[in-house]
Design a protein around this ligand. Structure first.
Ligand SMILES: CNc1nc2cc3nc(NC)[nH]c3cc2c(=O)[nH]1
Ligand SMILES: [Zn+2]
Length: 372
């Protein structure tokens, strides 16, 4: 039985739209996944996350294994029950965050050992342990344990890392076993090297996964290099399975990725930046901290239906941000997440109607450069 099924509803150029059917519900694609790092999308109630239009959210293995531990979440009924989110959850496999957050990391063929950034305790993640943690959490979509090399890196380093990740992908698949109703996604590596990316795609196809992620990007290469890689990498992956670009991105990154055949994305940007006062709107980006908003009675974005835009003025949002009131993070996060979901909804409709090019032109036309 297929763990998940991907139903394509339309295509316009390379851009696709469809539905991923899972046992916990449908995911409309292209999909944006809010990041729920420590079993919460920061400053949001789960009901509010659902109200923004999100069909799925992402949980972080690294954070949850350290605190409160995957075993405790399993004892309490799993991550969905624990965080009161009954729709699909995708969990990452931990490797990327170990390399960016933990101390004293040691990487070997077996896996990664490290010291917790919270209390200095020693831990190890291997492909097998990562699969065990994600099974304890009970996520619907599980990610292979991989290694994401920091860019820039020379070709040899990229090749060696990619080959290790492919061996870990095989071990992940073997450890994942056969879990009806749960999907396992492979992660393509290979940096910005088209031939290495092709080798990685072939290795993953050989092992066989329910979906395929484009990994190793959004690590400082810049949008032009990322798009250059996305001009070929998604096409190297099976076209009948979901393609997930990890860690992306700004609104224009997201649009450019969907245009090149990506179906799913995740990024902390809308939630993290909301807490710093950065607001994404149809007209571009603004920072509510700026004094020029102090007397402005207008909404953040007059075309947005979120609570921040329908019930509050920029002046109010400026005030509560400056006063460091909790409602500031709540309203700005809600708005940013809603705006990101509205972009996805707009693209899904445009791809289905065959008007993606016009939609993309309109998307870019409305955006001023710099603060608005
Ligand atoms: C869990 N494995 C895994 N996560 C990732 C998360 C990322 N997040 C970004 N930018 C924010 N790039 C990423 C790449 C990977 C990647 O190559 N592998
Ligand atoms: Zn809004």
């Amino acid at each position: 039985m297929a763990q998940i099924s991907f139903e394509k509803l339309g295509q316009d150029g390379k851009a696709r739209t469809g539905v991923i059917h899972t046992t916990r519900g449908d995911i409309r694609t292209p999909a944006f996944m809010p990041v729920g790092t420590a079993a919460t999308v920061k400053a949001m109630m789960p009901e509010s996350v659902a109200a923004t239009g999100a069909d799925i959210l992402l949980g972080n293995t690294y954070h949850l294994m350290l605190r409160p531990t995957a075993e405790r979440i399993a004892r309490l009924g799993g991550l969905h029950k624990f965080m009161n989110w009954d729709k699909p959850i995708l969990t990452d496999s931990g490797g990327f965050q170990v390399m960016s957050l933990a101390d004293l990391r040691k990487l070997t063929e077996r896996g990664v050992t490290f010291k917790s950034h919270i209390d200095g305790s020693k831990h190890e993640i291997t492909p097998e342990r990562s699969m065990e943690i994600q099974a304890l959490l009970g996520s619907d979509i599980v990610m292979c344990f991989d290694e994401c090399p920091a860019l820039p890196a020379d070709r040899d380093r990229i090749a060696t890392s990619m080959e290790l990740s492919m061996r870990w992908a095989k071990r992940s698949k073997e450890a994942f076993g056969d879990r009806p109703g749960h999907a396992l996604f492979g992660i393509q590596q290979g940096g910005l090297e088209q031939d290495l990316r092709g080798q990685s795609a072939e290795a993953l196809r050989e092992i066989g996964f329910d979906g395929y992620a484009v990994g190793g990007l959004a690590v400082g290469e810049g949008q032009e290099a990322m798009f250059g890689c996305l001009d070929y990498a998604p096409d190297q992956l099976p076209e009948d399975k979901p393609r997930y670009l990890m860690g992306v991105g700004k609104p224009d990154d997201i649009v450019g990725a969907v245009k090149r055949g990506i179906d799913m994305m995740d990024c902390v940007l809308p939630s993290r930046s909301g807490r710093t006062g950065q607001v994404f709107t149809r007209a571009g980006v603004l920072n509510i901290k700026n004094a020029r908003h102090a007397d402005d009675p207008r909404p953040l974005d007059e075309n947005c239906a979120c609570p921040a835009c329908t019930k509050y003025s920029r002046a109010y949002l400026h005030h509560v941000f400056r006063s460091q009131e909790m409602i500031s993070g709540m309203l700005l996060t809600w708005h940013n997440l809603r705006y990101f979901q509205d972009i996805m909804d707009g693209m899904r409709q445009a791809i289905a109607a065959g008007t993606f090019a016009a939609w993309e032109q309109d998307f870019h036309a409305g955006r001023a450069q710099g603060d608005i």
